[in-house]
Design a protein around this ligand. Structure first.
Ligand code: UD1
Ligand code: UDP
Length: 362
């Protein structure tokens, strides 16, 4: 089997690394890794290749930032040249970023089968660009590899035949479980002067939270208030940094709220595991905190990952700062209830995917 795997943005690297490792271990599959360059800062891209022991990409498309149409179109134009040059038997895309969508559209029109890892997640909110990326990719994919039982129901509702759907578990958790012991060697807490369980870890990057200057100001003002109770550390996403730097007048921040640059995978998973509480609008972090058993307050109106609420440690607080503050305060006062691991979030998802693909491409 000749398989091309695509990465583009930060949340893709930890989903592709277990597959690259599994194919290398088994032999028999010729892999080619394409990096679209959607994310390009060293701490949004290169550092993950080191931390996750990913091989250098075979091809780097260097598309960079732009509007949705510009970015998607640039990936399409460059990726088409690559797959026309060396027709793979299969492309493997992960998650829901613009690179996922762009490569899927290209391959579907060239009759190259698509495998979508993390298929079937739905927020039912078309205002989120990721929802469009997910829906289109799933409709086009020959293999929809799902993380949780409700994904199959979502796919069925959209007319995806059951012969295309494979419940394999959560590939992100393969990386988490594989690296959490190694992350124990991280010195990040000492470097930042943080004490285990005595800080709040925050990430925010959804356009709906950070692109509107007033909403951004209100959220950061609320976080500053919370920091008076528990120190806050916030590795700031470049989108959010740009918006915060352009705020006029500047947003007044508590000196107990530390903004730091985005950190690598090993440092970040260690910071999550050691945190008292996590506040985020990230998709992946809702899942990782569930596995680590760390309370997570999600600053969104909806989630495409409801299993993290039903079984895990996630609480959907909405985006109103007062509600987020109340949710965090409640958890700090009373803790969280019972929680358990979603089925097949066991670190063995890459193996299940490779088994299925090897059967189809003997
Ligand atoms: C993208 C994904 C989002 C994912 C997030 C993970 C889409 C539509 N969005 O959002 O689903 O949750 O990545 O982090 O695919 N920038 C830099 N350096 C970089 C990358 C980005 O400075 O290395 C800045 C640029 O100003 C850019 C902005 O961040 O315009 C947004 O980047 P973009 O990739 O368009 O979207 P994200 O918000 O990162
Ligand atoms: N992450 C990281 N460093 C950071 C912030 C996040 O390594 O400073 C990791 C996090 O552990 C998870 C992934 O990046 O594996 C989530 O990416 P992001 O929040 O950017 O995207 P989303 O999941 O929202 O699409």
């Amino acid at each position: 089997m000749k398989a091309t795997l695509v990465v583009g943005a930060r949340p893709n690297f930890m989903k592709v690394a277990p597959l690259m490792r599994e194919f290398a271990r088994r032999g028999g599959t010729e892999t080619r890794l394409v990096h679209t360059g959607q994310h390009y800062d060293e701490n949004m891209s290169k550092i993950f290749f080191e931390d996750l022991e990913l091989p250098e990409p075979d091809i780097y498309l260097g598309v960079g930032s732009g509007s949705h149409a510009e970015q998607t179109a640039r990936v399409m134009v460059e990726f088409e040249k690559i797959v026309l040059g060396d027709r793979p038997d299969l492309i493997i895309v992960v998650g829901d970023v613009n690179s996922t969508l762009a490569c899927s559209i290209v391959c579907s029109k060239l009759w190259i089968p698509i495998a979508h890892v993390e298929a079937g997640l739905r927020s039912f909110d078309l205002a989120l660009p990721e929802e469009i990326n997910r829906m289109v990719t799933d409709i086009l994919a020959r293999f929809c590899f799902t993380t949780s039982p409700e994904a199959e129901i979502n796919l069925k509702r959209e007319g995806v035949g059951e012969e295309r759907v494979f419940f394999v578990g959560n590939i992100m958790i393969d990386s988490l479980l594989n690296y959490i012991d190694k992350a124990d060697g991280s010195q990040i807490l000492e470097r930042l002067g943080l004490k285990e369980k005595e800080y709040m870890l925050v990430t925010l990057h959804r356009p709906s939270n950070v692109d509107d200057p007033d909403e951004l100001r209100e959220l950061f003002t609320m976080l500053s208030r919370l920091a008076e109770r528990m120190p806050v550390v916030l590795p700031i996403h470049p989108r959010t940094k740009k918006m915060l730097e352009s705020a006029d007048p500047p947003v007044a921040l508590s000196d107990r709220l530390s903004l730091i640059d985005p950190v690598g995978y090993l440092d970040f998973i260690w910071m999550m595991k050691s945190a008292g509480i996590v506040v985020t609008d990230s998709g992946g972090i809702q899942e990782e905190t569930t596995v680590l058993g760390i309370p997570c307050v999600t600053v969104r109106e909806n989630t495409e990952r409801p299993i993290t609420i039903e079984l895990g440690t996630n609480i959907l607080a909405g985006t109103d700062p007062a509600r987020v503050e109340a949710a965090v305060t409640r958890i700090l006062d009373r803790g969280i209830g019972e929680h358990s691991l979603p089925p097949l979030w066991d670190g063995k998802t890459a193996g299940r995917i490779a088994d299925i693909l090897e059967k189809h491409f003997p």
